[in-house]
Design a protein around this ligand. Structure first.
Ligand code: IMP
Ligand code: MG
Length: 175
């Protein structure tokens, strides 16, 4: 059975929606007159991306990628594998990668390089959460919703072994 216990609420849905408004406005202003492609990283980013894109007043398209490095474990294996590639030609376009959390930085470091190699003009990163204590690769995250401490976070798209993604708030697993 499931032996994990959920902690207290760290970030509420209301706080996330407010943050999506703020960051959506910033992106709208910073990319004025440009066409952007927003690429969500499945599956954790879907709730955050849905909130964010409603607040972007630009000509834009969306796409998704699925990558894995975790499996059922709580720490990154350090190896990134593409399980679902882009369907969009991003050559010459401005790409905003939407992620749920930056932990070691391995995934986003790999993805940034991948988008550059596919000819993107600009690659920006927007992550709902940032866990700086987990960092193994120094990476610039352009838009961060919230910074969290070094716990295993679940909810609002984030999972442990595919569970808890449906929680309408951010919480953590008790050790
Ligand atoms: P990184 O490559 O170590 O930065 O990890 C990025 C991916 O690991 C994220 O997209 C998440 O899927 C997963 N991840 C990292 N930390 C957590 C966490 O605390 N809870 C749930 N998933 C996490
Ligand atoms: Mg993920």
């Amino acid at each position: 059975m499931h032996e994990n216990t959920i902690g207290t609420i760290m970030i509420t849905q209301e706080e996330i929606l407010q943050k999506a408004k703020e960051i959506g406005l910033r992106i709208t202003q910073e990319f004025e007159g440009e066409e952007i492609v927003m690429v969500g990283i499945l599956r954790g980013a879907v709730l955050w991306m849905a909130d964010l894109m409603k607040n972007i007043g630009l000509d834009m398209t969306i796409d998704f990628m699925a990558v894995s490095s975790y499996g059922g474990a709580k720490k990154s294996s350090g190896v990134v594998k593409i399980n679902k590639d882009l369907d969009t030609d991003i050559e010459g376009k401005s790409v905003i990668i939407v992620e749920d959390i930056v932990d070691s930085g391995v995934t986003l470091n790999y993805l940034r390089g991948y988008f550059v190699s596919r000819g993107a003009k600009v690659v920006k990163i927007c992550s709902l959460l940032d866990k700086p204590d987990g960092r193994r690769i120094d990476i610039d995250v352009d838009y961060i919703g919230f910074t969290v401490d070094d716990r295993f976070i679940v909810g609002y798209g984030l999972d442990y072994d595919q569970r808890y993604r449906n929680l309408p708030y951010i919480t953590y697993l008790e050790d």
